[in-house]
Design a binder for this molecule. Structure first.
Ligand code: 2AM
Length: 195
């Protein structure tokens, strides 16, 4: 029998990673919701996926990092003011009524960039959301939504590792938005864990 050796891979995605202040706002929104049988996302795992790359080799990771490095972009204000529910997956999410043009451009540039890396990524249209809970049956708001204001000044490449105790996310590299302050900030915020 012939044996094949597979190159090791990492499961990666580009994301907006919240500051501690924004994270507290997201946690407050979670606390204002009541959902039956839901599995809440651990506070340290809350984020917005910009582009999910899936399992990629070291070579492809280098290519994706070059794409991140090459993005100029602009900082922008994000107002998370909309709660949604996807019944099929039971995902309860926080999103935005308005998609800032700089965010749309960032997602577009990432798509265009990684297309050149040979990644077979998910081409579904971007739906801005922070997943707050999974596997919920129904969700009810206990009090009016306190919108979360987020000044977005950087974006990151993140690794997702799944273990028996859930998903663990680790920031690999992050980049500042805005031509004046380009530069990677490798591993600035360490790692997080739990589902
Ligand atoms: P979700 O929060 O909507 O589940 C890490 O797994 C991140 O990548 C999560 O934010 C998750 O989005 C997203 N993700 C996981 N698998 C994905 C897939 N196949 N396509 C698109 N996004 C995915």
């Amino acid at each position: 029998m012939r044996g094949y050796i597979r190159a090791p891979t990492q499961r990666l995605f580009f994301a907006l990673w919240p500051s501690e202040e924004v994270r507290s706002g997201l946690v407050e929104v979670m606390a204002s919701l009541h959902a039956r049988r839901a599995k809440p996302v651990a506070a340290e795992n809350l984020h917005i996926t910009l582009l999910f790359l899936g399992s990629v080799t070291a070579q492809t990771r280098i290519c994706a990092e070059k794409v991140g490095e090459g993005i100029a972009g602009h900082p922008f204000e994000l107002r998370l003011d909309q709660i949604g529910f996807w019944p099929k997956s039971g995902i309860v999410w926080l999103g935005a009524r308005e998609l800032p043009e700089s965010l749309a451009a960032l997602v577009r540039d990432l798509h265009l960039g990684v297309a050149g890396c040979g990644i077979d990524f998910d081409a579904r249209p971007f739906k801005l959301h922070v997943t707050l809970m999974r596997k919920a049956l129904v969700v009810r708001r206990e009090r009016p939504l306190a919108a979360v204001a987020w000044r977005v000044e950087d974006f990151a490449l993140v690794e997702s590792k799944t273990t028996s105790d859930g998903s663990h996310y680790q920031l690999l590299t992050s980049w500042r938005l805005g031509a004046a302050s380009r530069g990677a900030q490798a591993g600035l915020r360490g790692s997080s864990s739990n589902p």
